[in-house]
Design a protein around this ligand. Structure first.
Ligand SMILES: *[C@@H]1O[C@H](CO)[C@@H](O)[C@H](O)[C@H]1NC(C)=O
Ligand SMILES: *[C@@H]1O[C@H](CO)[C@@H](O)[C@H](O)[C@H]1NC(C)=O
Length: 311
C-alpha cells in the first residue's frame, strides 16, 4: 500500500513525456522552443496536481499501512503449548489467524513466535511467521520485535491475541479505524459490556472512558465504585478485551517507557500509556469474550461452537 513512490515517478514520466511528445508532434505548426517551455509548465502543473492528490490521499488515509501480528509463545505457566491446542480439530492459533485474515483493514497478518513447533504448524496452514527472541517478556515486546524484523514499513500494528480464537474481524477493523480517525491517540482498544457476575473477578479488567471515547482508567477492581458498595445493576460497566492496536512509532518506544506506579499496582501494562499522558481510543463492541486461559476453557469454547453450529 505504499503510495509515495508511484506518484513521484509518474509525475516525472508524465512531465518528460508531455514535453517530448508535444515538441515532436507540434514542431511543424509551432516554434519548438515555445512548446518545450509550455511542456515544462504543463509538466510542473501535472506534478503539482499529482502532488496535491498524493497529499490528499495521504491525508484521507492517515495511518494507512496496517499489519496484524499474532504473538504466540509455547511456554506458559498456566497452559503449556496453548497456541497449538486443538479446538474442534484445528489448532487454536490457526483459528485466530483465519479470523484475522478476514479483517478488511489488514494489509498483512503474521504470527510472531520464539518456538519452532508453533512456527512449523503455522507455516503448514499458510501463515507468515516471524521468529522472535525468547527474551521477549510479553506480547507487546514480541510485536515490537516482529515489526522491526518485517521488511516493510507499517503505520499501525494490531496485536491480536492468540487466545481469542473467536475474535470477530469487525473488531479488528474497528480498533484500526478508531486509531486512523484519532490522530491524537497512539493506542486503541475495545471494550464490551461487563456481566454482573464478573464484577469482582480481578482477571476481568474494567475500563472507564470519557465522553469522546478516550480511556480514563483501567482497573482489576470494579470501576466506577458505587457509593453503596454494591454492583449497580443499572450501570453500563465496561470489560476490556485483549485486542489492541498501536501507532507503529509509539510501539517502538512503548517497551522502553519505565514502569509506572499505577501499572505496577494493578499489574496492567496499558496503564503505563495513560500515566505517561498518551491518549488511548476505546471502541465499544458486542462481543462475548471466550478467552482460552486454561485447558478447561477449551471444552467450554468447543461446546459453545457446537451449539452455534460453527466448525
Ligand atoms: C448506586 O447504585 C444504585 C443502584 O444500586 C443507584 O440507584 C444509585 O444512583 C447509584 N449511585 C449512587 C451515588 O448511589
Ligand atoms: C510487557 O511489556 C510492556 C511494554 O513493553 C512493559 O511495560 C511491561 O513491563 C512488560 N510486562 C512484563 C511482565 O514484563
Amino acid at each position: 500500500m505504499s503510495i509515495s513512490p508511484s506518484p513521484s515517478s509518474s509525475s516525472s514520466s508524465s512531465s518528460s513525456s508531455s514535453s517530448s511528445s508535444s515538441s515532436s508532434s507540434l514542431e511543424s505548426s509551432n516554434n519548438g522552443k515555445t512548446w518545450i517551455i509550455n511542456g515544462i509548465v504543463a509538466g510542473i502543473a501535472i506534478a503539482a496536481a499529482v502532488g496535491a492528490h498524493t497529499y490528499l490521499n495521504r491525508f484521507n488515509k492517515f495511518r494507512s499501512r496496517v499489519v496484524g501480528i499474532i504473538p504466540a509463545r509455547f511456554a506458559s505457566s498456566r497452559f503449556q503449548g496453548k497456541p497449538l491446542v486443538q479446538i474442534l480439530g484445528k489448532p487454536m492459533i490457526q483459528r485466530t489467524w483465519e479470523r484475522a485474515k478476514l479483517a478488511a483493514t489488514l494489509d498483512h497478518v503474521v504470527v510472531a513466535t520464539d518456538d519452532e513447533k508453533i512456527a512449523d504448524c503455522c507455516r503448514k496452514f499458510g501463515a507468515d511467521v516471524i521468529m522472535t527472541s525468547e527474551s521477549c517478556r510479553n506480547g507487546t515486546e514480541r510485536c515490537n520485535e516482529a515489526l522491526q524484523k518485517l521488511g516493510k514499513k507499517y503505520d499501525v500494528v494490531v496485536n491480536i491475541q492468540g487466545d481469542e480464537p473467536l475474535i470477530e474481524p469487525e473488531i479488528v477493523d474497528g480498533v484500526v479505524r478508531a486509531l486512523q480517525a484519532a490522530p491524537d491517540a497512539v493506542f486503541s482498544t475495545a471494550v464490551t459490556s461487563l456481566k454482573p457476575e464478573d464484577a469482582h473477578d480481578p482477571n476481568r479488567v474494567k475500563c472507564v472512558v470519557d465522553n469522546r471515547g478516550y480511556a480514563i482508567y483501567f482497573s482489576r477492581g470494579l470501576i466506577p465504585f458505587n457509593k453503596s458498595g454494591k454492583v449497580n445493576q443499572q450501570f453500563p460497566y465496561l470489560l476490556h478485551l485483549g485486542i489492541q492496536s498501536y501507532d507503529a512509532k509509539f510501539l517502538k518506544i512503548y517497551p522502553h517507557l519505565q514502569p509506572t506506579p499505577l501499572q505496577l499496582e494493578e499489574d496492567l501494562e496499558q496503564l503505563k500509556v495513560l500515566e505517561n499522558g498518551y491518549k488511548m481510543k476505546v471502541i465499544k463492541v458486542d462481543h462475548e469474550a471466550h478467552g482460552v486461559d486454561t485447558p478447561e476453557d477449551v471444552q467450554k469454547i468447543e461446546s459453545l461452537m457446537r451449539e452455534r453450529n460453527m466448525s
